[in-house]
Write a protein that binds this ligand. Structure first.
Ligand SMILES: *[C@@H]1O[C@H](CO)[C@@H](O)[C@H](O)[C@H]1NC(C)=O
Ligand SMILES: *[C@@H]1O[C@H](CO)[C@@H](O)[C@H](O)[C@H]1NC(C)=O
Ligand SMILES: *[C@@H]1O[C@H](CO)[C@@H](O)[C@H](O)[C@H]1NC(C)=O
Ligand SMILES: *[C@@H]1O[C@H](CO)[C@@H](O)[C@H](O)[C@H]1NC(C)=O
Length: 440
């Protein structure tokens, strides 16, 4: 470990409660890292409006009972394939759909190499629910706003893709992932979108684009990402939000290609869209392909989306990304990282892939029953626990690594209290920051 890195390991039970620091050992450990006391200036500017906005549930309301299935589409009639979904449907030529597609049956579905099945209308869905196999051949692609599939086995060959990039429909109601104004800010979802415009009297840290949402469903994410904003009233340059991929595979999923729900690019005149959602459940996963719900780049980058992987046995390691998008207008402040939940070890990973940022990924309430095992904050992820009274409790380890930052409390509110409970706190080249008026 590099000489400059700082490792703090507290075994057993760690409880920090502020402002009453009564444990001198902890107090001095925190002295070293508790950064800027923001002083009374901040607290004056604290407004009840922004305070209340923190209490919004960042999650969509409970979904309505699912409507009955639409009639199942046919392989030959609707796709021009051969065979049928109850035995084997084979697609040899590309098809462009203009509306939702739904197939549910007991057979298998094979896309031949280079075949593209797409519906490139924002929010358009392709749902294929089979008991057999789904095979996506070399360089073939399924593209839509939502791709929802169930199968006995599934494979995505090299160069092949399930692609929902920038094809989001509407984000959940009562969320504010889409930034307002014409600053070219990034959309938010798993992390906040970046903003390169620092409002008067604020700092880069409390200027962000679209906000985060759907925290409470991060273990089974199913929300669309949000659009970035434009710099023009006339023309919309913002990148689209990332779509949704939901895959349930009873046996083996093999991913040599890519599964993506990234936000769209905004270029130099618009903010990047935020990443969407990817949920993958399978008994086994193979392949070293790419799984990504990252924010799109733009004038200001979009926030990362949400990915959850529930796989019991992993043979290779696919590369999973949920980082924020790059900000061309302020390269030091990329979009905030999204969330990756690894369901079998019950671990939450927040990584910004070493893209430096001043924009927050928010951690809200942690589940108690059961507790999560580990939380990893790393590779330049900047995480905030913004509630007035909050408790971050995990059963195992809380790790802050490679430029990770964890901030507790409300930036503009002088009184907040938090508890951090973990068996182990591991810090390396990272910071814990308390927005407090500490009385030393
Ligand atoms: C597939 O259909 C089954 C049976 O109706 C249903 O329980 C399941 O949720 C469907 N899968 C997906 C991914 O929609
Ligand atoms: C899935 O693959 C396994 C072998 O990898 C095979 O035994 C099983 O029959 C397959 N299931 C289906 C539904 O194709
Ligand atoms: C995935 O890659 C592995 C290793 O290159 C190969 O053995 C396997 O057949 C590939 N699977 C698919 C579905 O392309
Ligand atoms: C990020 O930086 C760390 C420490 O410098 C390094 O070990 C890691 O490989 C980097 N990761 C990426 C994805 O660049």
């Amino acid at each position: 470990m590099a000489a400059a890195s700082f490792v703090l390991v507290l075994v057993f039970f760690l409880l920090l409660s502020f402002p009453d620091i009564d444990n001198p050992r902890l107090a001095s450990a925190l002295d070293a890292t508790a950064a800027d006391d923001d002083g009374p200036y901040r607290s004056e500017r604290f407004s009840i409006v922004s305070y209340e906005s923190l209490w919004h549930d960042y999650s969509p309301p409970a979904p309505p009972p699912s409507p009955p299935d639409p009639p199942s589409s046919s392989c030959e009639g609707d796709l021009g394939g051969t065979g049928d979904f109850n035995t084997l449907c084979e697609l040899h030529t590309s098809v462009q759909l203009s509306c939702d597609f739904f197939a549910k049956a007991h057979g298998s579905f094979v896309l031949y190499p280079d075949v593209v099945l797409s519906c490139s209308v924002a929010g358009c869905s392709i749902v294929v629910n089979l008991t057999g196999e789904i095979r996506i051949g070399r360089n073939a692609k399924i593209a839509a706003g939502t791709v929802r599939m169930q199968a006995g086995n599934m494979s995505v060959a090299e160069g092949a893709a399930i692609d929902t990039v920038a094809l989001a429909g509407d984000p959940p109601p009562q969320t504010s992932g889409v930034p307002t104004g014409t600053n070219g800010d990034g959309g938010g979802h798993g992390g906040r979108g970046a903003s390169c415009v620092v409002k008067e009297g604020q700092t880069q840290e409390d200027s962000w684009g679209g906000d985060a949402y759907s925290w409470s469903t991060l273990m089974k994410p199913d929300s669309y990402g949000s659009k970035g904003s434009s710099t023009s009233m006339e023309k919309d340059y913002g990148g689209g939000g990332g779509g949704r991929v939901y895959l349930v595979v009873n046996d083996v999923i093999e991913v040599n290609g890519s599964i993506t729900a990234d936000g769209g690019e905004g270029g130099s005149l618009g903010g990047g869209g935020s990443g969407g959602s990817i949920f993958i459940s399978a008994a086994k996963m193979k392949g070293t392909g790419k799984i990504s719900a990252s924010g799109g780049s733009g004038l200001a980058g979009g926030g990362g989306g949400r990915v959850s992987i529930a796989v019991f046995s992993r043979h290779d390691d696919p590369h999973v990304f949920v980082h924020g998008g790059r900000s061309f207008g302020c390269p030091e402040n990329a979009g905030a990282a999204g969330t990756l939940y690894d369901a079998v070890p019950k671990s939450l990973i927040v990584s910004n892939h070493n893209l430096s940022t001043q924009t927050d990924t928010l951690l809200l309430e942690f589940p108690y029953q059961p507790l999560w095992t580990n939380v990893f904050i790393r590779n330049c992820a900047k995480v905030a626990v913004p509630l007035l009274w909050s408790r971050v409790q995990v059963q195992g380890q809380l790790s802050l690594l490679s430029g990770g930052m964890l901030a507790f409390g409300l930036t503009r509110y002088p009184y907040s209290e938090f508890e951090l409970m973990a068996e182990e706190l591991l810090m390396s080249d990272s910071i814990i920051k308390l927005h407090q008026q500490l009385a030393y």
